[in-house]
Design a protein around this ligand. Structure first.
Ligand code: AMP
Length: 581
């Protein structure tokens, strides 16, 4: 580890682009080779042995022998690894580290295997998108203000290191070296990234950024939510931050000794800088353009901005002023999928080009997923290069880290091809969010409904800070409940309109007909107190989730008592739709 720490990795972005172009031109062959490699390395595992591959490594035999699985199907194998079984269960080489997926999308964290190959594919995907980004937005000899946070790491019963995937990555020396090679290492000390208290780390990230104000060229986080959260915090703490810079003394509320000592090495009295920042802030109207005002040499803002991050784009654009927003890549704790190689596209139109050598990918057409739900027909997935433009699919992943024909749970749409490999648009998680009767509404449907209804708040200069939903079946018939946190006070008339608009915006025929037939009750909008969603984040972080991977759960099941208590205990107003009466 020490050795690697000291050896900076140099790479030529043009070489990365050339390799990527060559590989994507020959995607079918690269996929075959990748599957062969995965099966050669892992064919002898207990898991694969049972499917009778008998040493065959071609896609046809693989598909014929090995079943399509979900995380649940693999749980018994993963638990044995977690408990210390180091025989070749899922991978030829024993798994030494476990990732804890954010779990915020399904309500509870799950364990997935982590290994060196995942670190390597992560760096490959980071370098690939960087190489394309750097052609449009070059950076050099600067720093990056990265709102990243390590989560708690612990040892499993079997002695394996466990932490969230992002933490496993941030801790790897390859990560730091790659950031250096990208000319923008993180401006904050490691003790801040890995500090045990997220609120203190966030404050110190902001402070480090301000200290290196002129050197900051990129503002980033894993998911865009963390950037918006950080600048909302800045709005509250800016005077305190300036006072710390003026006096060169860190606020006493930063109490973690390692964080204090790391920050005291950076912090020197600097009244001039404090005045500059104060003046910049005072010159802003409603914090519009805050980021370029604070960090005048920023080239772009970078983080995952698609899918469940889209609702934060409006606020992010407000803080960013004219700066470009560049969406980061697409992947999961289980493995990476694709890179954003068209960085000038606005986040709403971003697509991800699948890297054909980081895993073996299959695609289940959306029509089959629906048939399967209705009649348990076995789906027939197709290969990476066989997908069709305009169609939607569920992704299956076969990885170098012990997952074979694994349902990632995401729906994507093919928007085009980059050479012979598809460009995917992220649609949403596959599981339905809201369903009572014959209605079927996904995260995307909820997102669109909230977007249209929240437009009605703009006239009052208000916005939806965050939102979630649930199905309430306790009074018959059941109905949808949408929770909103709003940036200020809206009138009852406007909120009633928003509630009606939400109800009308679920366009699914099953919902509309059930509402008309009164088989689903009036939609309810509940407005919660400010900071309610911060409490939800704190709750998940307390359970070991990583702030860096946090996604607000967009639907809260009745079984999630704590989150429901937080929501219901903070309701200030509630409205029932009159849209179908
Ligand atoms: P995690 O549980 O933290 O590993 O989160 C992985 C999930 O985050 C993926 O399965 C996706 O649903 C979501 N995700 C990751 N990258 C993106 C992206 N670029 N756009 C939209 N959603 C993403």
């Amino acid at each position: 580890m020490g050795m690697l720490d000291e050896i900076p990795i140099a790479f030529d972005p043009e070489d990365v682009v050339n390799e990527f172009e060559a590989m994507t031109k020959d995607a079918e062959r690269v996929q075959r080779d990748t599957l062969r490699k995965i099966l050669e390395e892992n064919g002898g595992t207990e898991y694969l042995q049972q499917w009778g591959l008998d040493g065959k490594t071609d896609p046809e035999s693989f598909k014929a022998c090995v079943p399509i699985v979900t995380h649940e199907d693999l749980e018994c194998y993963i638990v044995r690894i977690v408990d210390g079984d180091d025989s070749p269960v899922l991978t030829g080489k024993p798994i030494k580290t476990i990732s804890l997926s954010s779990g915020t999308t399904r309500g509870m964290p799950k364990f997935v295997p982590f290994n060196d190959e995942l670190v390597e594919t992560t760096m490959q995907i980071f370098k690939t998108s960087f190489a394309y980004r750097n052609r449009c937005f070059p950076v050099a000899n600067g720093k990056c203000l990265q709102f990243i946070y390590g989560s708690k790491q612990f040892k499993t019963k079997g002695g394996l290191a466990a932490g969230t995937a992002t933490t496993n990555i941030y801790r790897d020396p390859l990560f730091k070296n790659t950031m250096k090679a990208m000319q923008t290492p993180c401006c904050s000390p490691d003790d801040v990234i890995f500090g045990p208290d997220f609120h203190q780390s966030l404050y110190c990230h902001l402070l480090s950024g301000l200290i290196y104000r002129d050197e900051i060229q990129v503002i980033s986080s894993t998911f865009a939510h963390s950037i918006v959260y950080a600048f909302r915090t800045f709005e509250l703490d800016w005077e305190e931050l300036c006072a710390n810079i003026r006096e060169g003394i860190l606020s006493t509320r930063i109490s973690v000794p390692s964080v204090r000592s790391a920050m005291s090495k950076l912090l020197k009295p600097n009244p001039e800088l404090a005045d500059t920042i104060l003046n910049e802030c005072k010159g802003l109207s409603n914090w519009y353009g805050l980021i370029p005002a604070l960090f005048p040499n920023t080239r772009y803002i970078y983080g995952i901005m698609t899918g469940s991050m889209e609702p934060y784009l409006k606020k992010l654009r407000h803080y960013a002023g004219d700066l470009p927003l560049v969406s980061a890549d697409y992947g999961s704790s289980e493995g990476w999928v694709g890179a954003n190689v068209n960085p000038t596209l606005p986040p709403e139109s971003v697509t991800y080009v699948v890297l054909p050598n980081i895993g073996y990918f299959e695609f289940i057409p959306v029509t089959q997923t629906l048939d399967e739900q209705n009649s348990s027909v076995e789906p027939k997935p197709i290969g990476l290069t066989e997908v069709r433009v305009g169609e939607e699919y569920e992704i299956l992943l076969t990885s170098f880290a012990g997952l074979y024909r694994y349902r990632l749970g995401d729906m994507v749409k093919v928007k085009g091809f980059h050479n012979s490999t598809p460009q995917l648009q992220f649609i949403c998680r596959k599981n339905l969010l809201l369903t009572i009767n014959i209605d079927k509404n996904t995260e995307k449907d909820l997102q669109l409904a909230v977007e249209s209804a929240s437009n009605l708040l703009s006239s009052e200069k208000l916005e939806v800070v965050d939102f979630t939903s649930r199905v309430d079946t306790s009074p018959e018939p059941g109905h949808y409940v949408i929770f909103w946190e709003i940036s200020g006070d809206a009138t009852d008339e406007v909120l009633q309109e928003c509630c009606n608009c939400l109800d009308r915006s679920f366009l699914d025929a099953g919902y509309v007909s059930s509402r008309k037939a009164k088989l689903i009750g009036e939609l309810e909008l509940r407005v919660v107190k400010p900071k309610t969603f911060h409490k939800i984040l704190d709750h998940y972080v307390g359970l070991g989730a990583a702030v860096s991977q946090f996604k607000t759960p967009r639907c809260v099941p009745t079984s999630n008592c704590t989150v429901l208590q937080i929501l219901c205990g903070n309701v200030v107003k509630s409205y029932f739709s009159t849209a179908f009466s």
